[in-house]
Design a protein around this ligand. Structure first.
Ligand code: IPD
Ligand code: CA
Ligand code: CA
Length: 260
């Protein structure tokens, strides 16, 4: 077995466990605000605890970074990057578009990624050099090549206003694309680009845990991921553009960076 497959299997087990925790808390959670419109529930924290206990139990030397206050340097070249619940506002409203996102870096390179949607029992998985799958079936991005044929999604910072640059960029793309949405889960958007349900997704306000797993899904599926400027992606920098890799990638770079 390839070494990364061991880590992939562990990530899948942790994501399923966290998905179960989210569904169990679905009837009883209470909501707090970390900041304006930035929500967290007991489910976020309990899901992260479950993921950490499983992965740390198996790989005690590995580092960890998780949204809910988890930051452990570890003693190896591996680091897990975890969003236990991406799409908390959807979860709170029982809008079924949220997921668990778990990525693994090896020497700062993404090598494993899983995005699990517990509401549809969909496990999106990727490992470096081994391709990307949905419930064990190979996935690929879509074939629509131009922005005018594309369904694209943007994500905004939690407390975006009419004047936010992210909203202005969204308005610039509206007349150019076939459809433009805002969905509330960056990681699931990336899984949808990878699996051909969506042509493009961008944001300039993401955190490493929103991007890590989904970024590998997109590249392993055969899509393209850069910053909105077209430069190389760095998950420590809050700027991402993911597409099916066809001509609409350049169209989006040019429309998103056009400040006139
Ligand atoms: C949020 C989602 C959303 C994005 C926000 C993120 P959370 O993550 O990914 O799509 O627009 O910037 O914070 O808070 O639900 O984990
Ligand atoms: Ca998130
Ligand atoms: Ca989260």
């Amino acid at each position: 077995m390839h070494e990364f497959e061991t880590y992939l299997a562990a990530a899948q087990a942790a994501a399923r466990l966290a998905g179960k925790v989210l569904e169990e808390w679905g009837e009883k959670f209470t909501v707090s605000e970390k900041g304006p419109s930035d929500l967290v529930t007991e489910a976020d924290v309990a899901a992260q605890r479950g993921i950490f206990d499983l992965l740390h139990g198996r790989f005690p030397s590995h580092g960890f970074l998780g949204e809910e206050g988890l930051n452990r340097a570890g003693n190896s070249e591996f680091r897990w990057v975890i969003d236990p619940l991406d799409g908390t506002s959807n979860y709170v409203h029982r809008f079924p578009y949220y997921c668990v996102s778990i990525g693994l870096e090896w020497n700062r390179e993404l090598v494993v990624g899983v995005v699990f949607d517990p509401t549809r029992n969909e496990m999106f998985s990727a490992a470096k050099g081994l391709g990307a799958t949905l419930n064990d079936k190979r996935i690929r991005p879509s074939r629509f090549s131009s922005l005018s044929q594309a369904l694209v999604i943007a994500s905004f910072p939690p407390a975006a206003t009419c004047d936010s640059p992210a909203v202005q960029r969204f308005m610039r793309i509206l007349p150019k694309a076939q459809a433009v949405h805002r969905s509330g889960s960056a990681a699931l958007n990336l899984a949808y680009v990878a699996s051909g349900r969506l042509e493009g997704f961008w944001s300039t306000s993401l955190k490493p845990w929103d991007m890590a797993a989904g970024a590998l899904l997109v590249t392993e599926a055969g899509g393209r991921i850069t910053r909105t400027t077209g430069q190389a992606l760095d998950i420590e920098v809050s700027d991402l553009l993911a597409t099916n890799g066809l001509g609409l990638h350049e169209e989006l770079v040019s429309a998103l960076t056009d400040t006139v």
